[in-house]
Every structure is written in C-alpha cells, then in structure tokens.
Design a protein around this ligand. Structure first.
Ligand SMILES: *Cc1c(COP(=O)(O)O)cnc(C)c1O
Length: 366
C-alpha cells in the first residue's frame, strides 16, 4: 500500500465538477485579476472565521508582512515570535527592518506564554504566536499580556483555519490574523494565495490599500504599496472548497482520533498533546520518538510518506546564525526538532490507510 503525506488528487476528484466549472467561468469571463469572485471569497472567509474584515492577498507570507507594515513596524522594533515555525513567520519580521526575537515552545509545540515576559524589551512592538500544526496557541493569555504592555498581537493562523480557543475562532484574539491557502493547507488553493483578517476598520482599509499598490482608486496612489493580490482562479477554487471546510476539518479530527486510538499503547512514542478548551484542526499530526529517523526510514520503505515540521528550529537555521543562539536558549525546540515526525493526514484518508500506518508503526517498535 502507498500512503501519500497528503492526497490533493483525492480531494480534487471529490469536487472535480464544481472546481472545473468554477475555473472555466473565470476563463470565460477573463476575470483573472480582481472582480466579484475576490470580494465574494473575502466575505465568505470572514464569515467562516467570524471576523469583520478579510483581505485576500497573494500568499500567507505577504499576509504577515502586510499586517506588520501597516502596524508601523520597522527598523529599531522587535517582534517576539516562536522558535518552531515555518520561516515566513520570522523572515517577514526582518523584511520590515525589525528584529525577530524567539521564544521557546511548550509541550504543545506552541509558543510558551510563560516565557514571553522575559523576552519583552522597550522595543517590543508585536507578539506573533503561531497556531502550529492546527492547535491554537495560548492567545487568551498573550492577549492579556499585550493589553497590559501596550503591544500588538498578530496571529499566524496559516495552519489553523477555523480552529477555536474557548469558542472563539483564531484570528480574533490579536489585532490581525494571517492565513495561507498554500495547496497543502487545510483550505488550499490551486497555486499561491493568502488572506489577512481583522476586526479593526481602519487597519483593514490600510492593509487593503498597501496590498493594492497604495491605490484605493485606479491611478490614485495615496502611498507606495506592494502588489499582493489573490487571482480570480484561486478565489473561484477557494470559494468552492470553503463550503467543504467544516466537513473536511471534522474528517481530519476523526483521522487524528483514530491514530490516537490505534497508537495509544506504544510507550516509545508521544502523541500530540492537546491543551484544554480548544479545537485542534490537525493540519499536521505530529508524534515524537527518540528513534525518529529510523522510524521515518522504516515507514518510507513500506510506502508511507512522512514529514518533519521542522527539522531545524528557526533560531538554529543558518539564516539566524548572526543571532548566535545555542540549544540552551531554546531547549524544548531543540529537543523536539530531533524527535518530531508528521504522519500522513488528510480528510480523504480511509480507515484502511490509517490502520496500515498504525500497523507499520507497531511492527517497527515490536
Ligand atoms: C504556510 C505557512 C506560512 C506562509 O504561507 P505561504 O502561503 O506559503 O506564503 C506562514 N506561516 C506558517 C506557520 C505556515 O505554515
């Protein structure tokens, strides 16, 4: 049996007619850039996230950059973020001219809220937690800290569409939330796409202006901006897929529950820890074991594709060598990077496929 890490083809097959028709209609109308599909997707996604404004942009990395820029972040500022994430989270901080300041993770692989205080300086302007793997970070606690210290919070929601903490959707805790619709994400386009959401009217207007060359009206550039648009084909595909997001998210949670049931008796592995009062939307199902590399190899030779998210925590990447960090600065992120393994997970995964993966993991440890 061959088990891919994600199966985008299986998903396409399940919605082929609707997606093909949606793409064809964009071509028929040559509505490649702008237009009603963009606006309609923005409205539907804002509704799905229970947030007031959504601005569709070119990708999830731009979404972060746009939010930080429109909060006035730049040279001399510091932005606190988490040691384990995808590089978009930190490279966008540097792109604004600010300095990324990393904080270690907790047992849930999210930013350790208790450790943030020690990283705050008079230059700290933003705290940017990431809802990693699909599990909401402690954004309620971080919000209180931000209010107390007069700091903004921007949530990187790229892996956590419609995830909730205490019945509130991610993206609503901070001043802005950023999303990626990279094809493999829980809501994925057929190319690059992203969005930034906010409940703040003026920030929404500024972010939209900046992402559209600084022009609210054609040729009337109020400021210099950037070109970050979601194209018509992506908006059309995403609008079709958004209607399935709740169903697909339930399916992901069901796959995770099956894994937990089938792998719970293996003492050599740690299953994902889920904190109280939140819904994990399982963009990734990440286990930990001291024999990670061996297990990965074993599963690979038996047709099971796995991933590591991420093999090197951000502070230890060559890109951040200039910060001179050592493993002792982020002991948990360092420990986890050697042990984490992402198992295949996608909404269309069958019971038989889940059982096969679990069986092979049992065989490995037997
Ligand atoms: C995917 C991702 C991004 C960036 O998304 P792109 O759309 O690929 O630019 C940002 N942050 C995290 C945590 C991600 O997983």
């Amino acid at each position: 049996m061959k088990i891919p890490f994600v199966d985008l083809k299986a998903q396409y097959n399940s919605i082929k007619n609707e997606v093909d028709a949606a793409i064809q209609s964009v071509i028929d109308e040559t509505a490649f850039i702008g237009g009603k599909r963009i606006q309609s997707f923005e409205e539907s996604f804002a509704e799905a996230q229970s947030v007031k404004h959504c601005i569709a942009v070119a990708n999830g990395t731009d979404a972060i950059y746009i939010a930080l820029k429109m909060l006035g972040i730049g040279r001399g500022d510091e932005v606190i973020t988490v040691a384990n994430s995808w590089i978009s989270t930190s490279e966008t901080i540097s792109q604004t001219g600010a300095k990324p300041v990393f904080v270690d993770i907790n047992e849930y692989s999210n930013i350790d809220a208790e450790a943030i205080d020690a990283a705050i300086t008079p230059n700290t302007k933003v705290i940017m937690p990431v809802h990693l793997y699909g599990q909401p970070a402690d954004v309620d606690k971080i919000r209180s800290l931000c209010l107390e210290k007069n700091i903004f919070m921007v949530e990187d929601c790229a892996q956590a569409h419609i995830a909730e903490l205490g019945n509130q959707k991610v993206g609503n805790f901070g001043v802005a939330g950023t999303f990626s619709f990279y094809p493999g994400k829980n809501l994925g386009a057929y190319g690059d796409a992203g969005a930034v959401v906010t409940n703040d009217d003026s920030l929404a207007a500024e972010m939209k202006l900046f992402a559209r060359h600084g022009a609210a009206k054609k040729h009337n550039h109020l400021i210099e901006g950037i070109n970050s648009r979601m194209d018509g084909i992506q908006a059309a595909v995403l609008s079709v897929k958004l209607r399935k997001l709740h169903e697909w998210t339930r399916a992901r949670r069901e796959v995770a529950a099956q894994y937990v049931k089938l792998l719970g008796d293996i003492t050599e592995i740690d299953l994902p820890h889920v904190a109280n009062d939140r819904t994990h939307v399982y963009h990734l199902f990440v286990i930990r074991t001291e024999r990670r590399d061996e297990l990965r190899e074993y599963l690979g030779t038996r047709g099971i594709q796995t991933g590591v998210h991420y093999p090197t925590a951000l502070p230890f990447l060559p890109a951040y060598a200039y910060l001179n960090h050592t493993p002792a600065d982020f002991p948990r992120a360092h420990e986890f990077q050697e042990r984490i393994l992402s198992l295949p997970i996608f909404p269309e995964m069958s019971g038989r496929q889940i059982e096969y993966v679990a069986e092979k993991i049992h065989d490995f440890f037997a």
